[in-house]
Ligand binder design. Structure first.
Ligand SMILES: [Zn+2]
Length: 293
């Protein structure tokens, strides 16, 4: 018999000689006999449920009888909450970015305490990842990966291509900010890639420079594909090519990859679904993605 039943049995004995005013759940019970019947019913009910009631059922779930409050047992010390340290390896960071992308796709982004984060980031920054993305307004890396201030070092150019200024920016993030993952993020229906597929002269030398950088990739695929399929396959190939260009053109970044301090990968964002998918070459290591592979 548990403590609750013992308490009620003791109260029944007391009531047999002293009939007080009883209130139970707002119901007035003025007759001692009725009280004893109620307690007996409680005991019977408790016995009938003894085999199924959870062992941890709190005493306070039972109604107070005779104005005597059940004293809940002292709370057991809360188990220490031990959270695993964040995985700071490139693969761990990528997994975290994909988890953020799933939140974005599901329309459940994390709440952001921006005021506190701004204060914490005033003096320094330690972005976990670098993203070279297209400047397209529909492909904001922080939103796509559900990241916050200070999480991503982002460089964006039309067609996510690499020029000297972009490469210098990426080098800064690796050399001075010590980021260990660099993601080239292309996207479906990229206008820069479409322009390269369409061919023809662009209205300015600067626009032409963008298309000229993508066109060799498109030409390699144009013998096998055409139309929309050529565009989407070129998007993937262009992201891979930019990853290869980064490593082949920057001795600093190439050395970081060789030392295992940096992983360069490529991915594509789907404008319709919001899903980001890795499209890195099977070897994964950017060292193996130098031009010619
Ligand atoms: Zn684009």
């Amino acid at each position: 018999m548990n403590r609750h039943l013992l308490r009620m049995a003791a109260l029944a004995l007391i009531l047999s000689s002293a009939p007080p005013l009883v209130a139970r759940g707002g119901e007035a019970i003025t007759d001692a006999g009725a009280v004893r019947e109620r307690i007996s019913a409680d005991i019977s009910a408790s016995l009938s449920h003894a085999s199924t009631a959870p062992a941890t059922r709190p005493l306070t779930s039972r109604p107070a009888v005779l104005g005597v409050k059940h004293t809940p047992p002292p709370a057991a010390p809360a188990a220490a909450i031990v959270s695993a340290p964040p995985d700071t390896t490139p693969d761990g960071i990528w997994s975290d970015l994909l988890a953020g992308n799933r939140r974005f796709v599901a329309d459940h982004p994390n709440a952001r305490p921006y005021t506190r984060e701004r204060d914490q980031l005033v003096g320094d920054q330690h972005p976990r990842a670098i993203v070279l993305g297209c400047a397209d307004s529909r492909v904001s890396p922080e939103l796509v990966f559900d990241q916050s201030l200070g999480d991503l070092f982002v460089v964006r150019t039309a067609g996510n291509i690499v020029d000297p200024i972009a490469l210098g920016s990426l080098e800064y993030a690796v050399e001075h900010l010590h980021a260990h993952l660099l993601v080239v993020l292309g996207h479906t229906s990229c206008s820069a890639v479409k322009s390269a597929v369409a061919g023809g002269e662009m209205p300015s030398s600067y626009l032409q420079a963008i298309v000229d950088r993508i066109r060799p990739t498109v030409q390699r695929l144009s013998n096998c594909f055409e139309g929309d399929e050529l565009v989407e396959r070129s998007v993937i190939a262009n992201a891979r090519q930019s990853a290869a260009d980064i490593v082949s053109n920057s001795a600093l970044l190439r050395a970081a990859v060789s030392k295992g301090q940096l992983k360069v990968m490529s991915a594509v964002y789907d404008l319709r679904s919001g899903v980001v998918t890795s499209v890195s070459a099977p070897a994964a290591s950017a060292v193996a993605q130098v031009p010619g592979h």
